[in-house]
Design a protein around this ligand. Structure first.
Ligand code: FE2
Length: 282
């Protein structure tokens, strides 16, 4: 029996690059409350690539210690557990997400730039919505569009059918579903599962454009949804009027936000995005 495109895409997820064994181990250690800092150091020290990336990002403007972090031990001490988690994920996916993405016309570096814009937007949403324990949203927003790395190849092959679907006035993601039987959000969720990342991150990536279709309401999904909606305006230095699709009103309500909250969120995110600049890239 011929395989459906959806089945072919599912098998492509199985051969998507694995997260390095070291990164996976460190993330699991960071997710365990009684882990000793020495175990983390021990795991990272034999992986020079990951060590270099961690130190590079730890010294970037975003993580806040430019030029002062010279060892993994210092990085953990300065940043604390939750930001260390963000840092290890960002270090592990940085090179992968720098690649060009055909199908979405994303030149080299653009997916990563959009990822960072989303991640800093999530922080700004957290701040304005007074969410104090929302570090997961940074990582989920960073990874939200990783599914494009797989779906992009199929968009290229099914370009004509996608065009026909788009002519009906549906969104690009609906066209992905109609033609390919899946979309970049679902594929992104599969990739995060393939990497054994926590369910909260999987759900937020999976439902970032359709939070109300998720099985349950989760604040991380809502924050990533709003961050995603504003991220293009943030990365391009534009104001709220440039947002193509506004965040869902129910989601905004749940977060205690109004349309009037958005300009302030965009401005805050833009400030961080400008400060981060290329420092968070490779
Ligand atoms: Fe997306």
């Amino acid at each position: 029996m011929p395989e459906t495109t959806r089945e072919v895409i599912i098998s492509a997820v199985g051969s998507f690059p694995a997260m390095s064994a070291t990164a996976a181990k460190v993330l699991s250690l960071l997710g365990t409350p009684d882990t000793d800092i020495a175990d983390i150091e021990e795991s990272i020290k034999f992986d020079p690539g990951l060590t270099a990336n961690i130190l590079k990002l730890a010294n970037s403007a975003y993580f806040g210690f430019p030029g002062t972090v010279s060892s993994v031990k210092q990085a953990v001490a300065h940043l604390g557990w939750k930001r260390m988690y963000q840092l290890v994920v960002a270090s592990a996916v940085n090179a992968l997400m720098e690649r060009p993405v055909p199908g979405y016309d994303l030149p080299r570096g653009e997916l990563w730039r959009q990822a960072i814009a989303g991640a800093v937007s999530a922080l700004a949403v957290n701040e304005v919505a007074n969410i104090h324990d929302g570090e997961e949203a940074f990582t989920a927003a960073l990874l939200r569009d990783i599914g494009k790395m797989i779906i992009g190849d199929y968009i290229d092959s099914y370009y004509q059918q996608i065009e026909v679907a788009l002519d009906k006035g549906i969104s690009f993601e609906e066209a992905e579903r109609e033609v390919l039987g899946t979309d970049h959000s679902e594929v992104g969720g599969w990739i995060l599962k393939h990497w054994s990342l926590p369910g909260e991150l999987v759900d937020a990536v999976r439902w970032h454009s359709r939070p109300d279709d998720a099985e349950k309401v989760e604040v991380t999904i809502d924050v990533v949804h709003v961050a995603d909606a504003i991220s293009m305006a943030v990365s391009n230095g534009l104001d709220v009027g440039a947002i193509g699709v506004f965040p869902d009103a129910t989601v905004m309500n749940r977060l205690g936000l109004t349309p009037e909250s958005l300009p302030g969120i965009v401005e805050k995110a833009q400030e961080t995005f400008m400060a981060v600049g290329d420092n968070l890239g490779s």
